[in-house]
Design a protein. Sequence first.
Length: 158
Amino acid sequence: MENKIKWKMYPQNRGITNSLFLVISEFERVFDDINSSVYDYGSIEVASFVSSIHKYGYISNSIQAKKREIFVPIAYGENGNLVELMYLDFFNEDSKTAIKIEAGRGYQNNQFLRDIVDADLTGKIETMIIAIRLFYRSQRDYSKVITYLGSVDKLKNR
């Protein structure tokens, strides 16, 4: 059983900033309450445990109402109508940092890839934090995501 938060920064030649470390620290602080080896919480429940990151300038969804209120536009259609949105769990406008908590389908449905592509397409997100469960349905989701992203990072830095 895993007993701590794991994280990895991409690209791998980029160091972590103090502001990102503070966000990770909030997840570490509540690890025993959200440990995916023990609990099967969804993203809204996990977000409620780390809602203290508001003190670092993040806004969040209305957790109690279970609404997804934070979004950034991805694409506009005819006559400027918004046709595609990216919903976020937390967002810091000053640092342009978004947080998505993938408490279930993060790896199985390749949602982490969609999150990365959507964040890039918005043009408004400079740093994307994707919280992936260590385990989901007996699968090692975090390890699989890290392996995939490590391969992509190596290709990019050739």
